[in-house]
Design a protein around this ligand. Structure first.
Ligand SMILES: [Fe+2]
Length: 132
């Protein structure tokens, strides 16, 4: 089973952001574990809820850092976060109601890849700005 991990090349250099990205990957891994273990519905839903809450918390944290530092791309970055949360919610709701089918797990994996690409580009740019 695949496990997501915050490899060196994904570190932004901002300690808070990197710590939260690590936690986020842990939450994603827990959900994939729950799916492959055939965990019961209530524990699945707990894992799903935790992931969505954590993403919400982390994104708003990043947005705060952007506002405080008058980051120039604050609006596009926030727009990405909003759309990302919406789609994550959609995918995980389907897993919650219809179970973790191959199709839904594929959708979730693809959606995590989108996040990884975002970390690699946009979050690194943000951290670079915050560090200067
Ligand atoms: Fe971000």
């Amino acid at each position: 089973m695949n496990r997501y991990e915050l490899t060196k090349d994904l570190e932004t250099g901002n300690a808070i952001i990197d710590k939260e990205h690590r936690e986020l990957f842990n939450a994603v891994n827990k959900l994939f574990e729950a799916c492959s273990n055939g965990s019961g519905r209530s524990s699945m839903n707990e894992t799903i809820q935790f992931l969505n809450d954590y993403v919400q918390k982390h994104f708003s944290h990043e947005e705060q850092l952007q506002q405080q530092s008058e980051y120039p791309s604050v609006r596009t970055h926030k727009a990405f976060h909003e759309e990302y949360k919406r789609k994550l919610n959609e995918i995980t709701s389907k897993i919650s109601t219809s179970g973790s089918t191959i199709v839904e797990l594929g959708n979730l994996n693809r959606h995590i890849s989108v996040l990884i690409a975002h970390i690699r580009t946009e979050d690194k740019k943000l951290a670079g700005y915050l560090n200067q």
